[in-house]
Design a protein around this ligand. Structure first.
Ligand code: GUN
Length: 282
């Protein structure tokens, strides 16, 4: 039976570290970091994520501003809000929750956010820095996964790392961080032929495809480290992209859903917001 990679516990530790850094940095009376969170429409999953992000802000001493816009908000109105937040020196981080309604072009909105306030690290100039292995904002979910692995002493160096999913939010930046950590990285996706032949080679398998219980035990190697980024709702219950119980029998380490990757994403967002604030102090 695999050891559980406990994202709840590890994220609490990261958040405590951020809280301590904020308390120390603001001991002289400086205004603490401020994160603006924007949500458009009423996607139920997005609402839960945003509520959790705001709760985390409160816990670590980050001020959060909430903008809950109706689903009919035009792209121009949203861009005007981003412009206002970009110009507001009191705002250190801007997070526009994705997905956006279909009539709004996500990339246009992402590119409008000032790279210095882009705590998601979605702006092309921040993505470029990640690609080049330069310092900058960490992409929250992949960075949270790297932090979780490190916490359990798991190194990617020299390992076969297989990422299933090639999204801009998870799969692609995940591959880059594993590569930076000296892993040998493959990226699989919906057009990959014979997916199982790849996943079975993985020492570290990261799955982010958004299909419930898609990775079955016959697709994983004995002793693999399995990281499940999936957040699927099946019959009202949250479940990952990995068929947990049978895969946990074969794996050496595995993340649960919930309580694995999700809390780590939020912890890294707190860290990025603190970093944006620190940069703004200079
Ligand atoms: N939607 C799903 N994950 C994320 C995330 O990390 N950031 C934002 N802004 N939207 C998301």
């Amino acid at each position: 039976m695999a050891t559980i990679l406990d994202g709840k516990l590890t994220s609490a530790k990261v958040k405590e570290e951020v809280a301590a850094k904020i308390a120390a940095a603001c001991a002289d009376g400086r205004t603490p970091p401020c994160l603006a969170v924007v949500i458009v429409g009423d996607n139920p999953a997005s609402k839960v994520y945003v509520a959790n992000k705001k709760k985390a802000c409160e816990a670590v001493g980050i001020r959060s501003l909430s903008y809950e816009l109706p689903g009919e908000t035009s792209q121009e109105e949203l861009l005007a809000l981003v412009d206002r937040l970009n110009a507001d020196a009191a705002v250190n981080g801007i997070l526009v929750q994705l997905p956006l309604p279909g009539h709004i072009d996500e990339q246009t909105v992402i590119e409008r956010i000032s790279p210095a306030k882009d705590v998601d690290a979605f702006h092309p100039s921040n993505v470029g820095r990640i690609m080049l292995g330069l310092d900058g904002f960490a992409p929250c979910t992949p960075a949270g996964i790297m932090r979780l692995l490190a916490e359990y002493g798991i190194s990617a160096a020299g390992k076969n790392c297989v990422v299933v999913g090639r999204s801009n939010i998870v799969g692609k930046p995940m591959a880059l961080l594993l590569l930076k950590a000296n892993g040998t990285v493959s990226v699989c996706h919906s057009k990959t032929a014979d997916l199982a032949s790849h996943t079975k080679q993985a020492d570290i398998l990261v799955v982010a495809i958004g299909r419930a219980k898609f990775i079955t035990a016959d697709m994983v190697a004995d002793g693999a480290v399995i990281v499940d980024v999936g957040m699927n709702r099946v019959d009202g219950k949250l479940c990952g992209d990995v068929d947990f119980e049978p895969c946990a029998q074969k794996a050496s380490y595995i993340t649960p859903v919930p309580g694995g990757v999700g809390p780590m994403t939020i912890a890294m967002l707190m860290e990025n917001t603190f970093r944006a604030w620190e940069n703004a102090q200079r």
